[in-house]
Design a protein. Structure first.
Length: 273
């Protein structure tokens, strides 16, 4: 059923967006972002129920008989628990990681025996997973680029102020705290997108090649990007580091991203971009 296929892809996309928003809320304590993440999660929960109903109608049995269906029901239970925790206990850290696990389970469900799912539908799932993987990573790259631009403007502004020479362009760049906050916000937004894109990419690689080349330059540098930006966020948010050193760390992270995008693909055994 084409409708079931489209519904599954929508579940993956909305779940991905919800997880990203929960991560942003965990870092920034933004009630509007948290509310949006919760409503997206609620939509995912309803769509998961609809998916199971459609499976029941199509195969005329309870949709818990195959490994694929068992993984899907398990993911639905995780979503249910995370929604209850979100409403009753308001434990942001637990909610974020519960949904990260749930999202991973939804995607990993494509790896297990699918039972009644046709080979054609499975191939379509895999292809669309690749498209989502590419799209999410491109968005993450764009967001990290925005972060680096703010950091670069910070450096320019810093040097202008340090020289103590009057310059009418200083006010047009924005003040240093604002530039630093915007750079951090963009980096925080990019990390969950990059991480989710990598999860999808690793699973797609395993489905397509029956193995995961962990030492491939593209995979190694991709995780280096996540690690570098993660270190930046850790020092900014939890160590309360600010200023010139943090901006330089952000730009170093972006240089690693450029290596990942432009150079590692030339030496990768399976990536063409």
């Amino acid at each position: 059923m084409a409708g079931v296929n489209i519904l599954y892809i929508l579940i993956v996309l909305l779940y991905c967006l919800s997880v990203a928003l929960y991560f942003i809320d965990y870092i920034h304590k933004n009630q509007k972002v948290k509310k949006m993440a919760f409503w997206l999660l609620s939509i995912v929960w309803v769509m998961q129920i609809l998916f199971m109903i459609l499976r029941y109608i199509e195969f005329e049995r309870l949709p818990i008989m195959t490994s694929f269906e068992a993984m899907f029901v398990y993911a639905w239970m995780i979503v249910t628990v995370s929604m209850v925790v979100n409403v009753m206990f308001r434990t942001d850290f637990l909610v974020f990681f519960l949904n990260l696990v749930g999202f991973t389970v939804v995607v990993i469900g494509l790896l297990v025996p699918a039972g009644d799912i046709s080979p054609e539908l499975r191939e379509l799932f895999v292809f669309e997973m690749l498209m989502i993987h590419v799209g999410i990573l491109l968005v993450a790259y764009a967001v990290f680029t925005v972060s680096s631009v703010f950091s670069l403007l910070y450096l320019i502004q810093h040097q202008m102020l340090k020289s103590r020479k009057p310059n009418s362009r200083i006010s047009r760049l924005g003040n240093l705290p604002m530039l630093e906050r915007n750079s951090f916000f963009a980096a925080v937004t990019g990390i969950p997108l990059m991480l989710i894109g990598l999860i999808l990419g690793v699973i797609w690689t395993y489905i397509s090649f029956d193995t995961i080349p962990w030492l491939d330059p593209k995979i190694v540098t991709s995780f280096m990007v996540v690690g570098s930006y993660g270190l930046y966020v850790f020092y900014y948010q939890f160590r309360k580091e600010r200023g010139y050193r943090m901006v330089r760390l952000n730009l170093v992270s972006f240089l690693i991203l450029l290596v990942n995008y432009f150079l590692s693909s030339s030496f990768s055994s399976f990536h063409i971009w």
